[in-house]
Every structure is written in structure tokens, then in C-alpha cells.
Design a binder for this molecule. Structure first.
Ligand code: GDP
Ligand code: IMO
Ligand code: MG
Length: 421
């Protein structure tokens, strides 16, 4: 059996959570492969809304195994909150949520370091989610990290050593903090974590595949936030691209099957960094209002703009996308005109290739489409699609070279149209 991968093609928040939930009935196992509680994956069904941070979005479809993979960084304190919220709403996780022993732990001091580094950058700050993601992955790569499996051997000693090192850095950065309340929550989180099965997820997943079970790998963030291919340095600290599923779960590249690339019918970004098609006018505000574009974790207003096909083509290329999924098309329902960025002009020269870096010199070149100006939120089938919408879809498919297989017309699980053509 192969592992199918679902990942974001833009700057995150494309609607990954919703679609993982929709696709889960086709799978036996859903596994998160990177990122941590910087993610906020929203699902809506039966009038309820849930936001998941570290727990995979397959958790609501009964009887499926969900795995937090080795590529994920886990904050026990936030994990406990997430577990308790799910339990309060009647969702039992026992025996359904398994955690890789190789996943790295976000320490309370990692969160402090995140804040301290951001403060020290001043105007050049990344605008991180403040969840300690960068410092945790830094410790992983510099071989100083603590892993979930460390909870089972000499943990206190390893923890004390890591915290002493972090305190030294914080002292050098003149950062003031109170660790005591953070540690209290964190150690309560550790007790919560210990109640789950801590597994060798690499062996578990490969064995499952050999036995013929189907696995869906869930990405977090998006390709434009990838540490190697995103808008560096304004990125997150992990590989959000398809290759991240191999390293983040321990599966061989030849095991990858479908690669679902998910994007919004327009584009958003949270935090700092370049965004060539960003709108600063009323149209951008309208997108924000209609799309409720406020961060699901931080509540920060998301920056909004037109779809960027230069960046999307690049994302399709580096991920080897085999199927496209278009989200939030309903947000465009009322627009008279819809713009798509088809090329960049850089220093007077037009290019369709995504450049080494996006600077203020990048001028987007747009092609306009007439809007469909039809309420699509109650549509159930592609037969109902307005002509203008079909023209937009065809144009996107031709520009990106991959077929669109799912169109989402609202936040609810039911507002999802699977295309047959
Ligand atoms: P994720 O991080 O990729 O899982 O996406 P988020 O959950 O952060 O952001 C997507 C937001 O859009 C959430 O509030 C979803 O409920 C909402 N959403 C998802 N699909 C649609 C859609 O087709 N239409 C509308 N209007 N909202 C959607
Ligand atoms: P999901 O999975 C949108 C952004 C932050 C910041 C940058 C680095 O919900 O799509 P970090 O805390 O990771 O060091 O922040 O990345 N960012 C996201 N933006 N969606 C996300 O996750 C994000 N996770 C991180 O805003 O610009
Ligand atoms: Mg999100």
C-alpha cells in the first residue's frame, strides 16, 4: 500500500483540516508528519467547530488510528488542553491516538526563546506563532533536543540540562521571564502524554502498509512556509513539502501515492514576509470579512490577496502534486471580477518561474476573469456550477497542469463537492 499525502500549497490555512476529515473514511490511519501547535486545523460538522493543533484531523471519523509522527514537535501543555477539549465534547481518544517516541518535545523554555528571538529581531521579526517551533527544531538539528521517548529514561536529568542551557541563552538576550507557571502546566501535560501509547511510529506505519492498510499523511503550514522552498527567512522551521512526509514518518519515497495539493481560490498569509499579490484596499478587506480570515490559533488578521499562480506552479512542482483541491471558492461568490497572477515582472523582465526570493521588486501580472456572482454554498454537484466558475477552474487546471478533484464551497464537512470529470 501507498501513503497519500495532503499538504498546503500556499502560506498555510488552506483548509487542510476540513479536507483530511472529509477524506478520512477512505483511510485506516491518519498521520501528522511535521509542524506542531503553530498549526490550527479547523473542522466543522453537525453545527460544531473544532480547531486541532497537534492531533491529526482524522480523529473525528470513528475507529480510525491517528498518529503524531516523528517529524512533529509536541508541546505537552497545549496537547493536554487539546485532549481535554476533545474529551469534553465527547470524543474519546484512547487507543485511537498514538504518539511517536521520536517526536521532539517543545519545552517551556523553547517558547520563551521564541519570544526572545522575535523581540531581538525588532522590525525584522518573523511574526511567529510564539509556540517555540523554531527553537525546538533548532535543538533537534543541533542534537540537543528532548524526544517523547526520553520520558521513559532519565528524563529529569535531561530536562534540567536542556533548561540550564536555555536559561543561559535567555540571560544573554536580557529576556525576563517567569518559568514557574509555565513549568507547572508543562509537567501536568507530561502526565497527560504518558497516558497515551508512545510508539515506534516508523515501524508501526510500515507494518500497516505491508498489511495493506491505507495511510493519509497530513501536512501542516504550506509550501511557501517550507524551510527550504518557502519565502525564507519568513518561513516555519520544518519541511512542509511532500518530502517531509518521508522524513516525518519514516516512509520511503517509493511509498508515496497520491499527493493532494490544497489551495484557496485566493490567497492569505499570517505574520511577516513578502506576499506579491497582497491587497491593501477594500477588496482585501472584503476577502478578510467574507472568508473570516483571522488566525485560528492566534486570532491575528490574515493578509489577503489574489491567487498567485507563479507560486502555486512552483508548489505543484516541488511536491509532485497529483490532485488539486480548491477551497473557499464561496468567498469569491460575490466578486464581479476575479484576478489571477500569471507571471511576475522583476526589474522589468517578465517571468513565470518562481524566483530565488520575492522582494519589493516583484510586480504581479494579472489576468482577469468575470466573477460567477452566484451563491455556491448550497451546491451539491458540479452540474450546478455556473459557467464562469467552470471557466475559472479550467484556466487554473491548465495553468497548473494538474486536475482539480475537489471544490469546497463552505466550512462544513457537507459543503464539499467531489468532481468526477
Ligand atoms: P488549515 O490550517 O489548512 O486546516 O486551515 P484553517 O482551519 O486554519 O483555516 C481555514 C478556515 O476556512 C477555517 O476557518 C475553515 O472552517 C474555513 N473553511 C474551510 N473550507 C472553507 C470553504 O470552502 N469556505 C469557507 N467559507 N470557509 C472554509
Ligand atoms: P496551518 O497548519 C499559517 C507562520 C507564522 C509565521 C511563520 C513562522 O494552520 O496552516 P512559526 O511559529 O512556525 O515559527 O511561525 O509561519 N505559520 C503559519 N501560518 N498557518 C499555519 O499553520 C502556520 N504555522 C506557522 O504566522 O509567519
Ligand atoms: Mg490553520
Amino acid at each position: 500500500m501507498k501513503v497519500d499525502v495532503l499538504l498546503g500549497l500556499q502560506w498555510g490555512d488552506e483548509g487542510k483540516g476540513k479536507i483530511v476529515d472529509v477524506l478520512t473514511p477512505k483511510y485506516d490511519i491518519v498521520a501528522r508528519f511535521q509542524g506542531g501547535p503553530n498549526a490550527g486545523h479547523t473542522l466543522e460538522f453537525e453545527g460544531q467547530k473544532y480547531v486541532l493543533r497537534s492531533i491529526p484531523s482524522g480523529i473525528f471519523q470513528g475507529g480510525k488510528i491517528n498518529i503524531i509522527g516523528n517529524g512533529v514537535v509536541l508541546d505537552p501543555a497545549l496537547f493536554k488542553v487539546e485532549v481535554e477539549d476533545l474529551q469534553k465534547s465527547g470524543h474519546n481518544l484512547t487507543n485511537r491516538l498514538l504518539i511517536s517516541k521520536k517526536a521532539h518535545l517543545i519545552l517551556p523554555t523553547h517558547r520563551l526563546l521564541d519570544a526572545a528571538y522575535e523581540a531581538s529581531k525588532g522590525d525584522e521579526k518573523i511574526g511567529t506563532t510564539g509556540k517555540g517551533i523554531g527553537p525546538t527544531y533548532t535543538d533537534k538539528v543541533s542534537r540537543n533536543g528532548l524526544r517523547v521517548g526520553d520520558l521513559l529514561h532519565n528524563f529529569e536529568e535531561k530536562y534540567a540540562k536542556a533548561v540550564a542551557r536555555h536559561r543561559e541563552i535567555l540571560r544573554n538576550l536580557n529576556f525576563e521571564y517567569d518559568l514557574i507557571p509555565l513549568e507547572k502546566e508543562w509537567f501536568a501535560g507530561i502526565e497527560c502524554l504518558k497516558r497515551f501509547q508512545l510508539i515506534d511510529s516508523d515501524h508501526f506505519i510500515n507494518k500497516a502498509l505491508t498489511e495493506g492498510r491505507k495511510v493519509l499523511a497530513e501536512g501542516a503550514q504550506g509550501t511557501m512556509l517550507d524551510i527550504d522552498f518557502g519565502s525564507y527567512p519568513f518561513v516555519t522551521s520544518s519541511n512542509t513539502v511532500c518530502a517531509g512526509a518521508c522524513t516525518g514518518l519514516g516512509i520511503a519515497p517509493k511509498r508515496i501515492g497520491e499527493v493532494y495539493g490544497i489551495f484557496k481560490a485566493y490567497c492569505t498569509r499570517v505574520g511577516s514576509g513578502p506576499f506579491p499579490t497582497e491587497l491593501f484596499d477594500e477588496t482585501g478587506q472584503e476577502m478578510r470579512n467574507l472568508g473570516h480570515e483571522y488566525g485560528s490559533v492566534t486570532g491575528r488578521p490574515r493578509r489577503c490577496g489574489w491567487i498567485d499562480l507563479v507560486a502555486l506552479r512552483y508548489a505543484v512542482m516541488v511536491n509532485g502534486v497529483t490532485q488539486l483541491i480548491m477551497m473557499k471558492s464561496d468567498v469569491m461568490d460575490a466578486f464581479e471580477t476575479i484576478k489571477t497572477c500569471v507571471a511576475y515582472k522583476i526589474d522589468g523582465i517578465e517571468t513565470e518561474d518562481f524566483p530565488f526570493e520575492i522582494t519589493d521588486n516583484v510586480e504581479p501580472i494579472f489576468v482577469e476573469f468575470p466573477g460567477w456572482q452566484t451563491d455556491m454554498t448550497k451546491m451539491q454537484s458540479e452540474n450546478e456550477f455556473p459557467e464562469e466558475f467552470n471557466a475559472y477552474l479550467t484556466f487554473l487546471e491548465e495553468s497548473l497542469g494538474v486536475g482539480i478533484k475537489i471544490v469546497s464551497v463552505g466550512p462544513d464537512r457537507e459543503q464539499t463537492i467531489i468532481l468526477n470529470s
